[in-house]
Design a protein around this ligand. Sequence first.
Ligand SMILES: *Cc1c(COP(=O)(O)O)cnc(C)c1O
Length: 365
Amino acid sequence: MPELKFGQVFTDHLFIVEHAEGAGWGRPQIRPFSQGITVHPAAQVLHYGMCCFEGMKAYLGVDGRGRLFRPDLNMQRMYRSSRRLMLADYDPGELLECLKELLRVDHQWLPEREGYSLYVRPFMFSSAHTLGVGRPTRSTIAITLSPVGPYFATGLTPIQLFLSEEHVRAWPGGVGDCKVGSNYAPTILPQAEAQRKHGTPQVLYTLPSIDGSDPESAVISESGAMNCFFLLDKADGSGLELTTPPLDGTILPGVTRDSILALARAWNDIEVAERYLTIREIKQASEEGRLREIFGCGTACIVQPVNALIRANGDVIAAPFDASSTSSMTARMTHALTDIQVPSDWSVPFDDAKIADKELFRAEA
Ligand SMILES: *Cc1c(COP(=O)(O)O)cnc(C)c1O
């Protein structure tokens, strides 16, 4: 197989279903990908970013069965995002059944090579024909599948992140906890600037205090599409602590984040805390040699080791650890999360999906 660029190759089919106020949900369709999707030039999604999406992976389990990782969480999250945008109501459990059917139809696209998978992209948008900024009266749900290769060709390769103290990804009362398109468009510029000025491929956002009087008191948020974890030696010498920011509405509730927290808590050998970390705290921990590891996490990379945070003033907050050493938390988590792709409660087969005789989407009352 030639090298696969993320998200550029698609399978033969896509799933689509449309809703119009009054008429209710139309017939769900699995149709040739090449037919594309037609939208009206005034479709609200093209003007006001009224869309949301999900990202998950389907893979071949060691037992030869096609599987999804905790897909119910992705479906619930997309449902929450879509409700925030007032898109048409639907049953997320039924959408999961539609996804399984699409995977069954395109199952020959499921890569057999280790580390390869099908990236699953469900999305929903306002297809209402109006330039009015108002509640969507038409909604479309679609799902595409894209084969992807391993994120890391050779082992875990650490990256540096630019620590943004200027641009903010999400804010209290905003929609940072929803996977809505409008959260992502504004992150392209800061990311391109960070790459150009500091050579870092991604940005770690912070949330500064509103008056900006004490820049070091800004709290760490997350990366453009990754939640972030910090492994610290506690200042009082009482051992290690794995921390990540709490789900206060500014953080995307990642499935990988949730899985890492659950695993670390089950291992029960280090403290696990969902709490705020300020720039001051991690800077001090780094200077005192207590910042053991930093890693990002998300469906695409699973776990991404980070060995330094670069600030705009050139300061470096270093976490110089060997991610590939089997004793690192980063490597331990990576292996645990990869091993879960074997049959487990979190690994849901889709090859037995049967939806043919089921009414998928109830017509609107
Ligand atoms: C999708 C996403 C994540 C990762 O979520 P997973 O469910 O683990 O893939 C983290 N942060 C942001 C902003 C995201 O969009």
